[in-house]
Design a protein around this ligand. Structure first.
Ligand code: SF4
Length: 352
């Protein structure tokens, strides 16, 4: 690993934001409770990450308490970022988790700076803040507190049902700042979910989390993405997904086709060859060479298929292609806007 055996205090320009100093590693931990996983506890130098102006992301600030993600989604776009740590984008991404153990203290210090303009902060846009490690380290309650007390609006996007643990705190936070939450549920078939998102809670557990958030007064948006060509894009599959999303009390849906970015693409194609070899040639046709996005023709076809179903189920919906890359989806934060308490809704619509 790059940080091992290196000189203390030397900056590493290739390191991820917050991990630039090689002396940040506190210790590496394995425990029977998390068999097969290693947590690399680091003392981060920064907590707030400014999103580069060139980025397509419609938000300017993020906080990422973890690097790597035990949810282990085969298609995860963040896989490539693990290679900056001399870890691989495949199994290492799923099992070698970097934990910024001091993230709350650093965040509080940064939010207290006079220069902090209280711009919205997005959580869960790189790796999942409610992945399994959060059960051990419980960093999110401190992050939520720090953002709330500083008057900073924030959004959370997750696949983790552990979000339910923090719902009472989030309700309280939403009475003081704009809080937006999104639940990502892409695969509603349990057998497929088990192979392609092996570390995630089942769709039903995530739907129950959506329901709990809705009952707590939030307007919940579900991210129905990535939709997988030939695997989850049939009308019966989409109809079933939207019916269950509606029944859970979600207010909105954001949908989009699979992207296969560098790092994720090779890992995904290995999985496809193992699990669905009959689809390999079709996917190579849809995502040829270095192409990360499905062809416009497929995305248009998919949109025409989903929109009528959204109307049937009475759901407000957005295709991720509705807004040009780099511009916010109306009414949504971080493409992920999601949960807004009824008390804070009017203010929220002004903020995001
Ligand atoms: S939950 Fe999100 S961050 Fe984690 S592996 Fe899946 S797609 Fe990646």
């Amino acid at each position: 690993m790059r940080w091992r055996g290196q000189e203390l205090g030397v900056a590493d320009p290739a390191a991820l934001p917050g991990l630039e100093r090689l002396d940040g590693l506190v210790r590496s931990v394995t425990t029977p409770e998390f068999a097969g996983m290693t947590f690399h506890e680091v003392a981060a130098k920064s907590a707030l990450n400014r999103v580069p102006a060139s980025s397509a992301m419609p938000f300017d600030w993020t906080v990422n308490p973890y690097r790597g993600c035990s949810h282990a989604c085969v298609y995860c776009f963040a896989r490539g970022t693990h290679e900056y740590l001399d870890l691989d984008a495949g199994h290492d991404f799923d099992s070698q988790i970097v934990v910024k153990v001091n993230v709350v203290d650093v965040l509080r210090r940064e939010l207290a700076q006079p220069s902090w303009a209280h711009e919205p902060v997005a959580l869960g846009t790189n790796t999942d803040p409610y992945q399994r490690a959060e059960g051990r380290y419980a960093l999110m309650p401190g992050i939520i507190d720090a953002l709330t007390e500083s008057g900073t609006p924030f959004s959370i996007l997750t696949k983790g049902s552990l979000l339910r643990r923090d719902l009472p705190q989030l309700v309280d936070a939403a009475s003081r700042v704009r809080v937006s939450l999104a639940m990502s549920i892409a695969v509603f078939d349990d057998a497929l979910q088990h192979t392609i998102e092996p570390g995630t809670p089942k769709a039903q557990a995530r739907l129950q989390t959506v329901q709990a958030a809705a009952e707590a007064g939030f307007r919940v948006t579900v991210f129905l993405m990535p939709i997988l060509p030939h695997l989850t894009d049939s009308i019966p599959a989409l109809d079933d997904a939207l019916a269950r999303i509606k029944a859970a009390g979600a207010a909105r849906v954001v949908f989009g086709a699979l992207h296969l970015r560098p790092g994720a693409k090779a890992w995904f194609l290995q999985w496809l060859d193992r699990e669905h070899p009959e689809l390999v040639s079709s996917y190579r046709g849809l995502y040829p060479g270095a192409a990360a996005y499905a062809p416009q023709g497929y995305r248009t076809w998919l949109s025409r298929r989903v929109r009528p179903l959204l109307r049937v189920h009475g759901l407000d919906g957005h295709d991720e292609d509705d807004s040009p890359r780099g511009t916010p989806v109306p009414g949504l934060a971080a493409r992920a806007a999601v949960v807004t308490t009824s008390r804070g809704r009017a203010a929220a619509d002004r903020l995001f």
